[in-house]
Design a protein around this ligand. Structure first.
Ligand SMILES: Nc1ncnc2c1ncn2[C@@H]1O[C@H](COP(=O)(O)OP(=O)(O)OP(=O)(O)O)[C@@H](O)[C@H]1O
Ligand SMILES: Cc1ncc(CO)c(N)n1
Length: 267
């Protein structure tokens, strides 16, 4: 069985973070493991507390995984602060990890900061350049490239600027657009659009975590990046279409839908 590791924060309400990652990876047919960067006390209405792991303990978790069950892919979500980012980058390079998907999580859907402001530079210098692909949403991409994004042309220009600055493929997510949910993949070879019909579901807590984990799971199974992104997009559309409605705020997606074997198959 193929394997994947989520390096991310815990979401007590189960919709985002490590909990979303493990559900998504399992549904996509890989064995899922975790190294937790931070505990959050969180629900659909917001984050009420954050307790970071210390970098030495995060290192122990990553070492425990790599020295026993080497992951075929690694997804990285909430990294919280510079010390944790440096530890992750150093360990992944040490183990020559492959298929690294970084979701540069900065602010939760509810508005709480999940990355310290002064850690953005460390993220850009140390972690993003070693990624196979990064998956910023529009506000995150604006911070990474310093330009405003209003149109699809702006999305192409921003993804190009980030690619040229950091050297990693960029999947710029359009989930924050009003009318559609079109994502743009910018790689060394080509620019591809993944067109998505916007599903009228306000419960989008954890969409970014789910998409990046589904990409990692499909890379782990041997699909190339473009196919992995398409399969991940199909997965998230299916999960959103279930219209689960839990909690008072932006609720989580359903992952426990009837499983088709095609979600699990390897390349
Ligand atoms: N209402 C929707 N209908 C269809 N697809 C959506 C919808 N909302 C988001 N998506 C898709 O979900 C994925 C995640 O996108 P989004 O831009 O919402 O990420 P994010 O802001 O990082 O998520 P998070 O809310 O977890 O921080 C993208 O593929 C996006 O196109
Ligand atoms: C722990 C955690 N990671 C990521 C996100 C982004 O959705 C969140 N809300 N919580």
């Amino acid at each position: 069985m193929r394997t994947a590791l989520s390096i991310a924060g815990s979401d007590s309400s189960g919709g985002a973070g490590v909990q979303a990652d493990l559900k998504t990876m399992t549904m996509n047919g890989v064995f899922a493991m975790s190294a937790i960067t931070a505990l959050t006390a969180q629900n659909t209405t917001g984050v009420t507390g954050i307790l970071e792991a210390d970098p030495e303990f995060l290192k122990k978790q990553i070492d425990a995984v790599f020295e026993d069950i080497r992951p075929d892919a690694v997804k990285i979500g909430m990294v919280s602060s510079s010390g944790l980012i440096k530890t992750i980058a150093e360990r992944l390079q040490h183990y020559k990890a492959e298929n690294i998907v970084v979701d540069p999580v900065m602010v939760a859907t509810s508005g709480s900061r999940l990355l310290e402001e002064d850690a953005v530079d460390t993220l850009k210098k140390e972690l993003l350049p070693i990624a196979t692909v990064i998956t910023p949403n529009i506000p995150e991409a604006e911070i990474l490239c310093g330009m405003e994004i209003h149109t699809e042309e702006d999305m192409v220009a921003a993804a190009k600027a980030i690619y040229e600055d950091l050297g990693c493929a960029v999947l710029l997510k359009g989930g924050h657009n009003i009318n559609d949910a079109n994502d743009l993949l910018y790689t060394k070879e080509e620019v591809s659009w993944f067109k998505g019909k916007r599903i009228n579901n306000p419960n989008t807590h954890g969409t970014g975590c789910t998409l990046s984990s589904a990409i990692a799971a499909n890379l782990a199974k041997g699909f190339d990046l473009k196919i992995s992104v398409q399969r991940a997009k199909d997965y998230i559309s299916r999960a959103l279409a279930d219209m689960l409605d839990l909690g008072a705020g932006s609720g989580p997606m359903n992952h426990a839908f009837d499983l088709k074997d095609e979600w699990k198959e390897e390349a």
